[in-house]
Ligand binder design. Structure first.
Ligand SMILES: [Zn+2]
Length: 433
C-alpha cells in the first residue's frame, strides 16, 4: 500500500470515529493527548510555556489546539488553520417516537444543515450524539457521548409504481417523507421510550437520569477506498472532517517554531456559525488573546501579533463533476487528485485576495504540492465558509481553500486519495514558516 493510500485510510477511520461533531472533538482529543498535548480549561488560569502543546474545547463540539511559539508573540504572530466539525444530517426531536398503522415506530426528526435528502434513503442508519444527565448541581448537569453503532434506522423509498415521476426528480417533504423507521410496536418494550431506553442501556444509566439529548442520525456503513486503482475516497462527512484531520495531523507533525501554530475546528458552520462554539463567536479570538496574556503581554502586543498573523480557512471545494462539467467556470476547473483548491469570489464570500492567494500558492510550491483555483460560474451562487465570518472577529489576513470533492453534502461524498496527503503537506509547510 502506498503512503498516500494508508493516509487516506486513516482519514476514513477518523471519520468513522466521528459520527457527530461531539465525537469528532473527542477523536481529536485522543489524537492530541497521545501526542503530548495538555488540555486547558476556559474557566481556569492558564500558565502556558513556550513550545508547550495545549488544547481547549467549547460545548464538547468545537476545539482549538496550539503549540506556543518560542519567539515573542507580538513579533511572530499566529499561524492558524480553521475548519469545522459539523456536517449536514438529521437531528432527533424531543419525544420522537411516532407510530403509523398501529405497528411501525418512526422517529420524528428535523433536518440539520443542507443534506442532499434523497441520498439518505434506503441506507442503514445509526444514532449518535450527546446526552445530558441529572447531576448533583442543577447548573452543571453531566454530559456523556453516546454512539448506538448499529443499523437501527432506515428511511425507505416509495416504490416507483406509486411514484412514476421519481426519475424526473421528486420533492421530499422534511416532515413527512424523511422520517426513519425504527421498529415494530413491541408489547414487551415501554411505549414511547424505545429510543431513550436503548440510549440508557448503552450508557448503563437509568432512563430517568436522562434529562435531554442532542442526537443525530448517521450512515451506518463505513467509508471506503474505491476506483480501479484505488484513486478515490467514498465517505460521509468529508466536509469538513477531511480538513479537521489534515489540520490536526499537520499540527502534531511539526515542531514548535517562533510563531504560535493553531488548529481550530468550529461547530455549526452548516447552520450559519452563529453559536458560542461557531465561527461567528469570540471563541478563537479569546483563546489567541489569552495565549498572549499568559506570556505577560498586553492588549497592544496582542493586536500587533494579529497584524503579523495568517489564517488558512479550510473547507472543501467543488471539483468538476464528470457528468455535469458545465456547472463550473469555463477556465478554472479543479479536479480530484490534482491538489488543494484556492477559493476566490468577487463578492467576498471567500476571504482570498491576491495577497493571501500568493502566500498559500508559495507554501504549496515550497511543499512540492500542486495547487488549483476555484471560482463560481458567474451565474451560480456557490457556498460559504468560516473564513469571512471568522474575519469579522479577527483582524487577520486569510485565504479560503479546501480539498476538491464531488457530491458535497451527499451522505457519501467523493474525494481523491492523493489530495489528502497534498493538503496535509501544505499545512505542515505553513506551520513550519
Ligand atoms: Zn464545509
Amino acid at each position: 500500500m502506498t503512503k498516500e493510500l494508508e493516509f487516506a485510510q486513516k482519514l476514513i477511520d477518523f471519520v468513522y470515529d466521528s459520527p457527530t461533531a461531539f465525537h469528532a472533538v473527542s477523536a481529536v482529543k485522543n489524537i492530541l493527548t497521545s501526542c503530548g498535548f495538555t488540555e486547558v480549561k476556559e474557566e481556569e488560569k492558564w500558565n502556558l510555556e513556550k513550545g508547550g502543546k495545549y488544547f481547549v474545547t467549547k460545548n464538547d463540539s468545537a476545539i482549538a489546539a496550539f503549540v506556543v511559539g518560542k519567539g515573542n508573540v507580538e513579533e511572530n504572530g499566529f499561524k492558524i488553520v480553521g475548519a469545522h466539525t459539523d456536517s449536514p444530517t438529521f437531528r432527533i426531536k424531543p419525544a420522537p417516537e411516532m407510530t403509523s398503522e398501529g405497528t411501525y415506530v418512526r422517529l420524528n426528526t428535523e433536518v440539520y444543515g443542507g443534506p442532499i435528502l434523497n441520498t439518505w434513503l434506503d441506507r442503514p442508519l445509526a444514532v449518535a450524539g450527546r446526552v445530558t444527565l441529572k447531576s448533583h448541581s442543577i447548573l452543571h448537569p453531566e454530559t456523556r457521548l453516546v454512539d448506538i453503532n448499529r443499523p437501527i434506522l432506515i428511511i425507505p423509498n416509495l416504490a416507483i409504481h406509486m411514484n412514476r415521476n421519481v426519475n424526473q426528480g421528486v420533492e421530499l417533504n422534511k416532515q413527512k417523507d424523511t422520517l426513519p423507521l425504527m421498529a415494530h410496536v413491541n408489547e414487551s418494550l415501554e411505549k414511547g421510550n424505545y429510543l431513550l431506553n436503548t440510549v440508557a442501556e448503552e450508557l448503563k444509566v437509568e432512563a430517568s437520569q436522562i434529562i435531554d439529548f442532542d442526537l443525530f442520525l448517521y450512515e451506518f456503513e463505513k467509508g471506503s477506498i474505491i476506483g480501479l486503482n484505488n484513486e478515490f475516497i467514498s465517505c460521509g462527512r468529508l466536509d469538513d472532517l477531511a480538513m479537521v484531520h489534515a489540520g490536526i495531523e499537520a499540527l502534531i507533525n511539526v515542531e514548535a517554531t517562533e510563531g504560535t501554530n493553531v488548529m481550530v475546528a468550529f461547530d455549526n458552520e452548516e447552520v450559519g456559525s452563529s453559536t458560542k462554539q461557531g465561527g461567528d463567536s469570540q471563541f478563537l479570538s479569546n483563546i489567541l488573546e489569552r495565549i498572549a496574556i499568559s506570556q505577560g503581554k498586553g492588549r497592544e502586543d496582542f493586536l500587533r501579533a494579529l497584524a503579523r498573523s495568517f489564517m488558512i480557512s479550510a473547507d472543501l471545494a467543488h471539483a468538476v463533476h464528470p457528468n455535469v462539467g458545465e456547472k463550473h467556470d469555463p477556465i478554472n476547473r479543479p479536479l480530484l487528485n490534482k491538489g488543494p483548491v484556492i477559493k476566490i469570489s468577487a463578492n467576498q464570500s471567500y476571504t482570498t485576495d491576491s495577497n493571501s492567494d500568493a502566500v498559500y500558492e508559495e507554501i504549496c510550491k515550497k511543499a512540492g504540492v500542486p495547487v488549483q483555483k476555484f471560482v463560481n460560474r458567474s451565474d451560480e451562487r456557490g457556498g460559504s465558509t468560516i473564513g469571512p465570518i471568522s474575519s469579522t472577529h479577527l483582524d487577520i489576513r486569510s485565504v479560503d481553500m479546501g480539498t476538491p470533492i464531488i457530491a458535497m453534502h451527499s451522505v457519501r461524498e467523493l474525494a481523491g486519495v492523493l489530495d489528502h496527503t497534498y493538503v496535509t503537506k501544505s499545512f505542515e509547510e505553513f506551520y513550519r514558516l
